[in-house]
Every structure is written in structure tokens, then in C-alpha cells.
Design a protein around this ligand. Structure first.
Ligand code: MRU
Length: 328
């Protein structure tokens, strides 16, 4: 079966595989102007750091429909979500092309090709960190839905399966928006991986039972000191992994490393609507008017990260010097 790409430029519009509708429905959302792309990014029709970068870059071609307003429209796209550094980077990459009189579409195509190549290289490096018969725990969704290629952490697990090395992929459901249960499980089923979905709060007992050999997660922004912002719920996994002596591995392209952000405290964490927490599947579960705490990401400090796998090699131990060396 042909796979729809997460992001594509087709017939003058950005086409997005609608991740809000998966796994029930595979449908494409067409964004023919910058405003509709901003809306799609905020609703998570397209999501995941590398895919946001590619979408942002194609979005500059939409912004250019009004040459006088291109910079302002591009800024609205870049600011649609604050945490994943790739989004602003993707917009800036294509905007630089516009400023130099080049075609932003060609720049976006370059970015997509680089992202696919980075996936392949990360898989090659990451596979070395997955033991034979591995039971891998992952969080959120980091496969082909977040990338122009095979993705980041999930791509490593998928390759481990291809190499006959994956005994189990444990898929955190990833409350509140269920990127694990809806999206990673969908990809794992399509790819024939031996997977099981667990409630996020079952991870502790899974570690305690000795059922996890390695944690593989992605990242939305990696600071100069090696702090990792990723989907909320990642930090508790890192704490559990350390408590149980399990390697905690982050897989992310160099485009996710932001040397301008010194430490985790400097990362802007997106806060999302209370409704995402107080309702479930469209049904209210908390009392009317309940307040909620709903950060989209958390930050894992570098001392809890065993390794960061990039397309340029593996950073381990995670120190500022090594992070700078791989990203500069
Ligand atoms: O809010 P989302 O779904 O855009 O979350 C981002 C993510 O997909 C994850 O945090 C992921 O691990 C980083 S992107 C490969």
C-alpha cells in the first residue's frame, strides 16, 4: 500500500496527512494559505519536530503569495508552536532563500531530503545501542509521521525489528493526546512490529518487572548543555530508567540541537488547552470549569540521558562540550 507522506507540496498547497484523524481515517488536509497552515500546526494535524520544520519551510511558499507580507506571515508560522526548534529553523531556511531571490520550494525540498538522509544515518548509529532480543520502551510518536524519512527513535526500533533484534516495542499511550496509542501503534502495526500499548502510569511497574532493556525517545529541542525537551512524560521515564539501570537514549537530528538555548530552564514550554485534559474522546471527564495543568513537553536534564544519537554520531556521555562538537 502506498504510504501518504506526513507533509508534501502538491498543486500549489501544503498537503498534510491529518494526524488528528489517525488511526481511524487516513485523510489529507490541504493548506492553501499561511493561516490555514498555522491552524493545522496548532491543532497537530502535522506535528513532531522534523516534520514541523519541513512544513514550516513549505509554508514560506504560501506566505510568499503576498510578497509584501511574507515576513509577517512567515513569523506567524514560525511562532505557531514554540518548543520544537525545527519549526522556526525550517521557516528561516526557506525565508533565507526568498531574501536571496531563490525559490523557497527548492529550499524546502532540500530540507526534506536532508531530513530523510538524517533518519537513515541516525538508524545506522542507533542500532548499535539496541541489544539482541531488546525490549524497547518509547514515548509519543517518532516515526515516519514526524519526518520526511523514517523518523527518529521509532525508526531505530523499526530497524532493530528488521535486524531480528526487537523482542517488544512498549508504546506509552502518551496522555493526553495519545500520540503513542493512536500514531505509534498505527505505524508499528503497519510495519509488523511486536508492540504493546501501555498507560503512561504503567511504565514504573514495567521497569520494576525488568521488562525494559532500553528507552528510545525523540526530542523537540536539545540545549547546549544537553537538556532535552520532549513530549511531556519523557522526564519521568528518564528518572525510572536511571533508577533501574536502563539506558535512556535520545534520537534526534542535529537540526533539533539549539546551541542558542543554554539550559533546560531557557526552553519555552508550550502550554495547551485545559480541554485536552478535562475531556476524553470528546466526553467531559472532569467537572465543568475544572482547571488543568497541560504542558506539551517536559525537560530531561543531561545527567539522566545516556546518549544522544544524531546523524553525525553518538553523543555520550552527554556534556556541553560533546553536544557543541556534534552540532557546530
Ligand atoms: O506535541 P507533538 O506531538 O508535536 O510532540 C512532539 C513529538 O512528537 C515528540 O515530543 C517527539 O518525541 C519529538 S519529534 C520526533
Amino acid at each position: 500500500m502506498d504510504r501518504l507522506p506526513a507533509v508534501a507540496w502538491r498543486d500549489g498547497a501544503v498537503e498534510l496527512l491529518d494526524q488528528t484523524a489517525l488511526p481511524a481515517t487516513e485523510r489529507v488536509v490541504r493548506c492553501a494559505d499561511a493561516a490555514s497552515l498555522v491552524d493545522a500546526i496548532q491543532r497537530l494535524v502535522v506535528r513532531g519536530a522534523p516534520a514541523l520544520g519541513v512544513a514550516g519551510a513549505y509554508g514560506v511558499a504560501l506566505a510568499l503569495r503576498d510578497p509584501a507580507g511574507v515576513e509577517a506571515a512567515a513569523e506567524r508560522i514560525a511562532a505557531a508552536r514554540p518548543t520544537a526548534v525545527n519549526l522556526r529553523r525550517g521557516v528561516e531556511h526557506a525565508l533565507a532563500a526568498v531574501r536571496e531571490g531563490r525559490d523557497p520550494l527548492a529550499a524546502a525540498d532540500e530540507l526534506a531530503a536532508a531530513d530523510a538522509a538524517a533518519s537513515r544515518a541516525m538508524v545506522a548509529y542507533g542500532l548499535d545501542l539496541v541489544p539482541d532480543g531488546a525490549r524497547v520502551l518509547t514515548h509519543c510518536n517518532t516515526g515516519s509521521l514526524v519526518s520526511a524519512g523514517d523518523g527518529t527513535a521509532y525508526a531505530v526500533a523499526r530497524a532493530a525489528h528488521g535486524a531480528g533484534r526487537l523482542a517488544r516495542l512498549w508504546v506509552d499511550e502518551t496522555r493526553p493526546l495519545l500520540q503513542g496509542a493512536r500514531l505509534t501503534a498505527w505505524e508499528a502495526a503497519r510495519d509488523g512490529l511486536p508492540y504493546a500499548v501501555l498507560p503512561d502510569n504503567a511504565a514504573g511497574s514495567l521497569f520494576a518487572a525488568g521488562e525494559v532493556d532500553v528507552v528510545l525517545v525523540g526530542a523537540d529541542r536539545i540545549c547546549a548543555d544537553g537538556s532535552v525537551a520532549n513530549k511531556v512524560g519523557t522526564y519521568p521515564l528518564a528518572v525510572l530508567a536511571r533508577a533501574h539501570g536502563v539506558p535512556f537514549v535520545v534520537v534526534a537530528p542535529v537540526s533539533t540541537v539549539d546551541l542558542a538555548t543554554a539550559t533546560g530552564k531557557d526552553i519555552v514550554i508550550e502550554q495547551r488547552s485545559a480541554d485536552e485534559v478535562t475531556t476524553f474522546g470528546g466526553t467531559r471527564v472532569a467537572p465543568e470549569g475544572a482547571a488543568a495543568y497541560n504542558p506539551a513537553f517536559d525537560v530531561t536534564p543531561p545527567h539522566l540521558v545516556s546518549a544522544i544519537v544524531t546523524e553525525r554520531g553518538v553523543v555520550s556521555p552527554v556534556t556541553e562540550q560533546k553536544v557543541r562538537a556534534v552540532a557546530e
